[in-house]
Design a protein around this ligand. Structure first.
Ligand code: PGA
Ligand code: ZN
Length: 429
């Protein structure tokens, strides 16, 4: 259909939630439809991710993106002109071939992911459908179960505590709307508890409270108290989810937990985490061991895989080949899907499909550097990922996404039906 052929691709340097430069791409089609998207940016990145292309030098800490913007305007734009935006695989095929590197280092993963997402929006608009519906999900779409940060640590809070994300999952919520309501109560309760304890010191990069704790485990105890103070039952209504982001404090076979003044080997880390799983209502743990401690990831998954969701982020980097290898080796039982780790929507979706084929869980995820862009919410619904992680329950780059889920629920004439509980790996599926 000539109406959906790409006529214009334009990049603009805009600013993300940390005040750093990032790439926005706008695409226009022959029939007048258009779409726009903004690349997010990570801080605790896996080594196998698509490259986030930055200028270097002195401006903005070396983080400027003028080369990535130029790559869109001068290399991608002429190559994509005339491509049908309703054919995502064709659009992404042009980007992949044009880049020609395994890590998108020629054009920049930030350039390609913004282009790929903008094209999806334009294609959906040309088809007259919201993006989540255009992605051809199941006949009866469901909202994703939210995984929401209450305390932010690690690389997002000056390493004030070692563990990166202390999150809650409303495992007992009747629907998406109630999951957000319960999380709002827990977030408020946690803030009051922090204030009462003289520990309220603002928020970390993703909007979770700054973790002014004496040790990593203190945050877990606080989280349980916050759930109770919100009038909810820990484990039944609201469970705990962690992103250890262990690659961040691993080197030479040792995990250095600065806050606990402790150094652990792989067995020691596994022992510590198993102790937490025993003592706290934890249903999900991401990156429990470092990305290159594969033996540790396998051992940990074997130890808890029936009870706990073990999520690969740095280890799997939204890469279908790595997901398949992880499945073969028995490392992890769920994948984090971050489109900018792959560089195109087609490659991100392939990683999700590989996890689905293996009966794994999947969580579509934002990055610590975000914007008003809400594409990932549409992906979580349209791709039927079943879980969504976008940081905390504060700051508009996060709330824009939770709120978009409410709009999708309304379009479905519901409060947001959630996936059946049996679909999550912590139920031993
Ligand atoms: P990042 O953190 O975006 O800084 O990588 C998010 C995560 O580790 O899941
Ligand atoms: Zn992570």
């Amino acid at each position: 259909m000539s109406e959906s052929l790409i006529t214009d691709v334009n990049a603009l340097r805009v600013w993300d939630s940390r005040g750093r430069p990032t790439v926005e791409v706008e695409i226009r089609l022959a029939g007048g439809a258009g779409g726009r998207a903004i690349a997010p940016a990570g801080a605790s990145t896996g080594s196998g991710e698509a490259l986030d292309r930055r200028d270097g030098g002195t401006a903005f800490g070396g983080l400027d993106v003028t080369h990535a913007v130029d790559a869109v305007n001068t290399i991608i734009a002429p190559a994509l002109t005339g491509t049908d935006a309703t054919k995502q695989a064709a659009v992404d095929g042009v980007l992949i071939e044009l880049d020609g590197t395994p890590d998108k280092s020629r054009l920049g993963g930030n350039a390609t992911v913004a282009t790929s997402m903008a094209s999806a929006h334009a294609g959906a608009e040309a088809a007259g459908l919201p993006l989540w519906r255009w992605l051809e999900g199941p006949a009866r779409p469901v909202l994703p179960l939210p995984e929401i940060q209450i305390f932010g640590g690690g690389a997002h809070a000056g390493r004030r505590v070692d563990i990166q994300d202390f999150m809650v999952i409303a495992v007992g919520a009747a629907d998406y709307t109630q999951a957000l309501e319960w999380t709002a109560e827990v977030y408020i309760a946690a803030g009051k508890l922090m204030a009462d304890a003289g520990k309220l010191a603002g928020v970390a990069d993703e909007g979770g409270y700054w973790p002014a704790f004496d040790g990593n485990e203190d945050a877990l105890a606080f989280l349980v108290r916050a759930i109770e103070r919100a009038g909810l039952t820990p484990g039944e209504d609201m469970a705990i989810s962690l992103d250890i982001a262990a690659s961040e404090f691993y080197s030479d076979g040792r995990y250095r937990l600065a806050r606990d003044d402790k150094e652990r080997d792989t067995d020691g880390m596994i022992e510590m985490l198993l102790g937490w799983v025993e003592r706290y209502p934890i249903v999900s743990i991401e990156d429990p061991l470092a990305e290159d401690d594969e033996a540790g990831l396998i051992a940990f998954t074997q130890a808890v895989g029936e009870r706990v969701q073990v999520v690969g982020d740095d280890y799997l980097v939204t890469n279908a080949r790595r997901v398949n290898a992880g499945v073969d080796r028995g490392a992890c039982n769920a994948v984090l899907i971050k489109p900018n780790q792959a560089g195109t929507l087609t490659e991100a979706r392939a990683a999700l499909e590989a996890s689905r084929d293996a009966g794994w869980g999947a969580i579509v995820s934002a990055r610590s550097g975000e914007s008003e862009d809400v594409t990932i919410v549409h992906l979580a619904v349209g791709w039927d990922a079943k879980q969504l992680k976008v940081g905390s329950f504060a700051r508009s780059e996060r709330m824009a996404k939770w709120n978009e889920g409410l709009r999708i629920a309304r379009a479905l004439d519901s409060r947001g039906e959630l996936p059946p509980r049996s679909s999550f790996p912590w139920n031993g599926a």
